[in-house]
Design a protein around this ligand. Structure first.
Ligand SMILES: C[S@@+](CC[C@H](N)C(=O)[O-])C[C@H]1O[C@@H](n2cnc3c(N)ncnc32)[C@H](O)[C@@H]1O
Length: 274
């Protein structure tokens, strides 16, 4: 059987190719694409920008919650067609650097094409796995990631990689879908149907504890919004009585944006990040 990463690569390769075919001149693919100029000038509607991907929720916006200064190095994990990288580029200016990392070669290709078209010298797209990033230690001032982290089979490893590539006093902001409360196999299947890529999703509290254990400080939930799975979708996977229990349980899926700092390494004697 193919492993999850292979399946994800196939899915996102198809989406990248579709988007490129529908609108090869677009930065993010698809007929509804906001082009790079529009993104740079006006911000964005990511739900539109990532056309081709069926999503039943408003996506996150980690950049909104992360101060990014001119000249800084920003790394975007799961950069897809480069949408957030181009926004970040606008903030770091000519003297900064933006690195987008994605596991799907076709996504890297589409992102690189947009980058070439606009002549950005300081935006790079690298093929690689978040669990084993091809990025030097202490390279980044800021790490962002949207709508990707839940797909990682080994989130602890992903978290430790973020810690490794961040400079002392660097910061991260991650948006993704997390569970609250307990959930069953049938609820997981319904969530998979409604929002996709949920097989490795975990409870928010578990993720927060991973961040804490890693040594991040000032961890804050910046926003949190429930994604309602309609009853008719839940009923495709569970009985009437299970549905009643699920709706009473206060369990559910939430789009959560989490911010954190890497401590000042010079101040910490037992630090393993250097
Ligand atoms: C839903 S898209 C997110 C796109 C973008 N961040 C956004 O919010 O518009 C998820 C992306 O994550 C990538 N991805 C999934 N698992 C990954 C991993 N382990 N390492 C790097 N990229 C990964 C996929 O190839 C895909 O391009």
């Amino acid at each position: 059987m193919k492993d999850l990463k292979e399946l994800l690569k196939e899915k996102y390769t198809d989406l990248a190719k579709q988007a490129d075919l529908i609108n090869p001149s677009s930065c993010c693919g698809g007929g509804t694409c906001s082009n790079t100029a529009a993104l740079l000038n006006k911000g964005k509607d990511k739900n539109e920008a990532d056309s081709g991907i069926k999503i039943n929720f408003k996506k996150g916006n980690p950049i909104q919650y992360t101060p990014i200064q001119s000249g800084e190095v920003v790394v975007d994990l799961g950069s897809a067609m480069g949408h957030d990288c181009f926004i970040a580029r606008n903030k770091v200016g000519d003297s900064g650097l933006v690195i987008g990392l994605d596991i799907t070669e076709a996504m890297i290709k589409v992102a690189n094409n947009s980058c070439d078209k606009h002549g950005f010298q300081n935006v790079q797209f690298r093929l690689g796995d978040i669990e084993n990033m091809p990025i030097a230690s202490q390279k980044a001032d800021v790490v962002i990631s949207d709508n990707t982290f839940r797909m990682l089979p080994d989130k602890k490893r992903g978290v430790s990689e973020i810690y490794r590539i961040l400079k002392s006093k660097g910061r991260f902001c991650i948006s993704d879908i997390f569970w609250k409360g307990t959930y069953s196999e049938s609820a997981l299947k319904a969530a998979e149907e409604w929002v996709g890529d949920m097989s490795e999703s975990i409870p928010k509290d578990l993720f927060l504890s991973m961040l804490q254990m890693q040594g991040f400080s000032n961890i804050q939930v910046m926003s949190e919004e429930e994604i309602i799975i309609p009853d008719e979708v839940l009923l495709d996977f569970m009985s009437d009585s299970e549905l009643v229990a699920f709706n009473k349980s206060n369990s559910g899926i939430f789009l959560v944006t989490i911010y954190g700092d890497k401590p000042d390494c010079g101040q910490c004697s037992s630090c393993t990040c250097m």
